[in-house]
Write a protein that binds this ligand. Sequence first.
Ligand code: MRU
Length: 343
Amino acid sequence: MIPTVEWKEGTVRLLDQRLLPGRVEILECRDYQTVADAIRELRVRGAPAIGVAAAMGVALGAEAVQEAEFMPFQKAVLAICDELGATRPTAVNLFWALERMKGVLAENSHCSAFDLKRLLVEEALRIRQEDLAMNHSIGKHGASLIEDGQCILTHCNAGALATAGYGTALGVVRAAWEQGKKIHVYAEETRPVLQGARLTTWELMQDQIPVTLITDNMAGSLMREGVIHLCLVGADRIAANGDVANKIGTYTVAVLAKAHKIPFFVAAPSSTIDLATPSGDQIPIEQRPAHEVTSLNGGSPIAPKGVHVLNPAFDVTPADLVTAIITERGIFKPSELAATFRL
Ligand code: MRU
């Protein structure tokens, strides 16, 4: 699998996810503004991948800072963090990664700008490495929930493409598949940006994991027919009470799962858990441009010009619809998160 986000020879290399599956192209970012634009334009997307890209963006931006004294150097890097933090509001991994990068500065005020630049690169690489390790661990824990022969419904893309590699929800799928379980994934297309149709099917097909693409409005019918055994999605932010923000349409799947008595699992690393946000009501929901809804994949219009459009990128699934949350530290009920992760 081609890496989603990479640091190579002083540049940030992103697999351009806007072009998939038609074209496999690497976007080479030589300045942090290009990284910020790539996050905003969904060239790199998925909560953990956004965090890794932003951390690398900070390291890249810092490389170009000319200040030699600590205070002006820190001021310049904090301004870069602010710009990267203004790209997308919902995925908390972005802010978590930026805080880690700011922490490097705060803890090393005695260092030269030369050394700080090196330390920032090292921290960004560490964040990437840790994300990969967490995903393998999520996969190991989550695979225990999947039985041989089961069919799994997923929404959006919570795979290798959305992370530093392996994936969260799709990491669980991968781990179950690697254990020899004969499973089948039903991928919802995920209107309006089609992460399910374009990305989830693509990455599962790369690994020869059986996948069937369905439109978003087919899930209820499949559940009623008894085809789906469990639902498995990622998350952009999990509040302290276990409410889960994820791609718009996730809530609908959770309600349907409850109505059909099908388990609804969320897979996410601890970097997605935001104990400072008490409940889903306080999670900021990104509103995206109308053209994403009025055309399909940037193509010709599918709605009258000037029509009023709503385009929230995420929704909140209340904790009581979530069967369990799969993390790198194990599987927890939503109500157990705060106590477990506060420690
Ligand atoms: O708008 P996107 O494509 O960044 O949204 C991605 C999702 O909603 C994912 O499900 C979530 O970030 C989890 S990725 C491991």
